[in-house]
Design a protein around this ligand. Structure first.
Ligand SMILES: Cc1cc2nc3c(=O)[nH]c(=O)nc-3n(C[C@H](O)[C@H](O)[C@H](O)COP(=O)(O)OP(=O)(O)OC[C@H]3O[C@@H](n4cnc5c(N)ncnc54)[C@H](O)[C@@H]3O)c2cc1C
Length: 424
């Protein structure tokens, strides 16, 4: 059995805005050890790479990290599936796939995030044809509350795969994930600056669907979309929207979404490169700082995007001292019960704030009021003020999920305070 490390030092999430209350952190080194740990521990919560901004991965009991399990990257070229150890981070998976001529369809902005953690919260990138990373899951293995290993895939009864894709750590400790893969592809990123609001409003759908993955960054001020990142798959037709004619200007050098030092951003300037080094906004080779930011994000029906941006613009003055950058991106509909983009073509409105918890709390109350008419679903791994009641209203399968969690984990072994609040 691996040691349970009752760490003396204070442990926090990556951003430093959540100090974990967990009594300790277990770091098993094999699936057998995970099984024994689960079977002999009354309550525990899986911890990924600590990139969530709320208490979803915290507990007043034990945390367990799978980062020390051996890496696995088995490619089945016939089925077009890769099986990976759940604790591996995107950059490891992406590099391994790219080296063998394969790719994931999409990635989040940061390549340092763990596979299981990203899947568990419905993490996504951008692209009108790209659903969340959880949608790429074709099978997974999880250690259940009794210590047994269960396999879940498309042949499992009662839509179990869709229940397990975005599972918030509630249905077991996921040890391996099988992901759909595609042949490798190349992407070129071009950036335009200061697209006026009237052009954002008149041409939103055209711009967001003009390339494989498009993101707009804004402060909601008079500059409109101060950056438009167009990530074009070079094997697809060239983007056709003329952003200059719409009032933007081409960036003359690399830019950072928060207008900071661009050293850590993936290459721009239209230089083609592998998907693994273009789809994330940030380079895997660059160690991101320890946070000092707080993120929130809301996913709403894509058709509401322009109306929602109009509701948010009057909050510009509130945002001015606090907001590092807001990102607007698209996510294709997911089948996962709890994906923020479940069942609907979505637009995500994401906020990176300075790490001022009280000011952020006040801001997100205002944002959630502004977005309430659009049935906005908060991202599971980011800061939100939504009550359990509100979450049940916008996530219609949350009650079904809570029932499944009670069924699979009757003693609440995987229950933490975050889950206890929402799985009612
Ligand atoms: C700089 C930065 C950029 C980001 N960019 C994006 C982005 O582009 N798009 C986006 O959608 N989100 C983004 N996020 C949010 C991030 O993707 C999610 O918060 C994600 O869940 C973090 O994964 P993690 O491995 O850190 O998991 P943690 O935060 O450690 O845990 C999250 C959840 O996963 C569960 N979990 C972790 N491992 C397992 C396991 N083995 N078995 C079962 N459950 C498990 C935990 O119990 C918890 O419920 C970003 C976050 C940061 C800090």
């Amino acid at each position: 059995m691996s040691d349970v490390i009752a760490e003396q030092r204070t442990r926090t999430n990556w951003a430093g805005n959540v100090t974990y209350r967990a009594s300790g952190l277990a770091r098993p080194t094999s699936v057998d050890e995970v099984q024994r740990l689960v079977a002999t521990t009354p309550r525990l919560t899986a911890l990924g790479s600590r990139h969530s901004f709320n208490e979803i991965a915290d507990t007043d009991a034990l945390q367990v990290s799978l980062a020390d399990l051996p890496p696995v990257l088995d490619i089945d070229t016939e089925r077009r599936v890769v099986r990976v150890a759940a604790g591996m981070v995107h950059s490891q998976v992406a590099a391994g796939l790219e080296a063998r001529g394969w790719a994931l369809a999409n990635l989040a902005s940061l390549p340092h995030i763990s596979t299981a953690g990203a899947v568990a919260t419905g993490t996504h990138g951008s692209g009108i044809r790209n659903p969340s990373l959880a949608q790429a899951v074709v099978g997974l293995e999880a250690v259940r509350a009794d210590g047994s290993v269960a396999r879940v895939d498309a042949s499992s009864p009662d839509g179990a795969l869709d229940a397990h894709r975005v599972a918030l750590g509630a249905l077991g400790v996921v040890t391996a994930v099988e992901l759909a893969i595609v042949p490798t592809f190349r992407v070129a990123t071009t950036v335009h600056l200061d697209l006026p609001w009237d052009a954002v409003e008149s041409s939103f759908d055209r711009i967001m669907s003009d390339a494989y993955s498009v993101s707009m960054f804004t402060s909601f001020d008079d500059r409109g979309a101060r950056q438009v990142w167009v990530k074009h798959r070079v094997d697809e037709p060239e983007p056709s929207v003329d952003l200059v004619a719409l009032g933007a200007r081409p960036a003359t050098g690399p830019v950072h979404p928060g207008e900071n030092d661009p050293a850590g951003v993936t290459e721009q300037g239209g230089v083609p490169g592998p998907w693994s080094e273009r789809l994330p906004h940030f380079r895997s080779s660059f160690t991101p700082s320890t946070g000092a930011e707080i993120q929130s994000e809301y996913l709403l029906p894509a058709a509401s995007a322009v109306a929602a941006l109009r509701e948010l613009r009057p909050l510009e003055e509130l945002f001015a001292p606090l907001l590092i950058a807001a990102e607007v991106r698209t996510v294709a509909a997911d089948t996962a019960w709890l994906a923020p983009s479940s069942g609907r073509q979505s637009v995500g409105v994401h906020f990176t704030f300075r790490r001022d918890a009280a000011a952020v709390a006040a801001a997100i109350e205002r944002i959630e009021d502004a977005l309430a008419p659009f049935d906005a679903r908060p991202h599971w791994g980011k800061v939100s003020a939504a009550s359990a009641e509100r979450l049940h209203a916008v996530y219609p399968r949350l009650s079904d999920f809570a029932a499944l969690a009670r069924d699979l984990d009757p003693t609440g072994r995987f229950r933490n305070p975050f889950l206890a609040r929402i799985l009612t």
